[in-house]
Ligand binder design. Structure first.
Ligand SMILES: [Fe+2]
Length: 463
């Protein structure tokens, strides 16, 4: 549930599935919003709405509703983004804290599908509280309520900036609390992009001051003028989210294809992706490279699509020709995905993930630092997951045993610094071994795993 130049809870996870703690949290947020409104009404039964303020409230509430009703769905699908807090922050300047609260609370009437009453009430309370607190911060720092004039600048900027920061902090804070109590099935992109969205919200919040300043010369038409760039912003954020979803769908489709063909490694790509990202974060890669290595981990074995299924699932020793076909899979993988533009550095990881530090790997026999860093990272995560997963020819090894094996081959097969980084990340973050155990192929074959360093492929002389 989320919103604002901010975030709101969105539909899809019914209130009936909330935990008791989440219900309590929601009730506390709603009670706080009602208490603030009640206190304001007690202090000023007219809610400081003088006759001249009814029109701005109506227009800003309408602006808020238009923005709030057409949010960009974020990739996590747990939340949505809209630039509606521009309207509440304009209300802070033009009408004051209580008027801003009323504008924010109109989220209750949001024309969006999939929101139940509980989510509407929570969103309205969250916006109302964020707007009211922003208004109080604006007043506390000497901000003047009313139409800004020539003399208002630059003095108004400080109080308005404080109001914007308070608004975004409270919006994100209240929402974050809810997300903690309603964990996503998978943390996903929302959590990763939270800092980015926070900055974006702060940036778009400044449009509230633009609306207020334009109001002085253009009246309600100011809202229409600002609506256009707001919707361009919403469209741009929506494109970003849609692009991320398209990437994720592409990855999932390719992985599904590989795992359909090589069914005994189910879930392997996902876990290698996760392990590679753990190592990447541990060695301090910037976030764009961590994202790229996630993709590389997901797709590292996509070249298996180009290896005959009879070879992948063969139970006995391989002929030299068959082994050569397996060794071709990194090159075939590169050929399959090289035209996917966003993969970029990930391509090197896919092509070289079976190289060894001692130069005895394939396909190129690169050694040491000649091997691209992505490939060295994936090699560690790949082998670790293969060892800690069930295979039809052996049970899953324990995490301790697998770590011992990584250390054993550190410096020959694996990059020692990356093994150390993985072990450190494992200690901190843990590792979830696949559940349920990988299912052996239905035809009873006992295929070997080319990623498993404890069971090297057996090769027989061809004849
Ligand atoms: Fe592989």
């Amino acid at each position: 549930m989320m919103t604002g130049t901010g975030h709101r809870a969105r539909g899809g996870r019914g209130a009936s599935r909330l935990s008791a703690a989440a219900w309590l949290y929601m009730a506390a947020v709603v009670a706080a919003a009602l208490a603030v409104l009640g206190q304001a009404m007690g202090a000023d039964p007219g809610l400081d709405f003088r006759v001249g303020q009814a029109w701005p409230i109506l227009v800003l509430a309408l602006l808020f509703l238009i923005c709030d009703s057409a949010p960009a769905t974020l990739a996590s699908r747990q939340s949505a983004w809209s630039p509606s807090s521009s309207a509440t922050l304009a209300a802070v300047v033009l009408i004051g804290p209580v008027g801003a609260l009323v504008v924010g609370a109109t989220s209750l009437l949001s024309v969006r599908r999939g929101l139940d009453l509980t989510q509407r009430v929570f969103n309205a309370s969250m916006y109302g509280l964020s707007a009211y607190a922003a208004g109080e911060a604006y007043l506390a720092l000497g901000g003047h309520v009313g139409h800004p004039g020539h003399g208002s600048f630059p003095g108004i900027i400080g109080p308005f900036a404080a109001a914007a920061v308070v608004h975004v902090f409270i919006n994100h804070g209240l929402l974050w609390g809810m997300l903690m109590l309603v964990p996503a099935a998978e943390p996903g992109p929302l959590h990763r992009h939270m800092p980015l969205l926070f900055l974006a919200d702060l940036g778009y919040a400044t449009l509230g001051l633009l609306i207020a300043a334009l109001w002085t010369v253009g009246g309600a038409f100011a809202a229409v003028l600002v609506l256009v760039p707001l919707f361009v912003a919403r469209w741009a954020i929506g494109q970003f989210a849609a692009q991320e979803q398209a990437y994720a769908a592409t990855m999932a489709a390719l992985c599904q294809a590989v795992e359909t063909k090589d069914c005994y490694t189910r879930g392997h790509s996902e876990r290698v992706s996760r392990g590679s990202a753990m190592i990447a974060r541990e060695v301090g890669m910037r976030s764009s490279r961590v994202e790229a290595i996630r993709y590389a981990g997901m797709l590292h074995d996509v070249g298996k699509l180009g290896v005959p299924t009879t070879i992948l699932q063969k139970s006995g020793a391989l002929t030299e020709e068959e082994f050569a076909a397996i060794q071709l899979h990194p090159m075939r993988g590169l050929a399959i995905v090289r035209e996917i533009g966003f993969l970029d550095e990930a391509l090197a990881g896919i092509m070289h993930h079976h190289e060894r530090i001692d130069g005895r790997g394939y396909p190129m026999g690169l050694a040491g630092d000649e091997i691209p860093e992505f490939a060295r990272v994936i090699a560690v995560a790949d082998a670790f997951d293969a060892m800690t997963s069930n295979r039809s020819y052996r049970g899953a090894r324990s995490i301790g045993d697998a770590v011992a094996d990584l250390r054993k081959w550190s410096g020959t097969q694996f990059d020692p610094a990356l093994v150390d980084a993985f072990v450190a990340a494992l200690r901190r973050e843990g590792w979830e071994q696949p559940r349920p155990a990988a299912v052996p192929p239905a035809d009873g074959t006992a295929a070997q795993d080319h990623d498993d360093p404890t069971a090297p492929l057996r090769v027989v002389e061809s004849w």
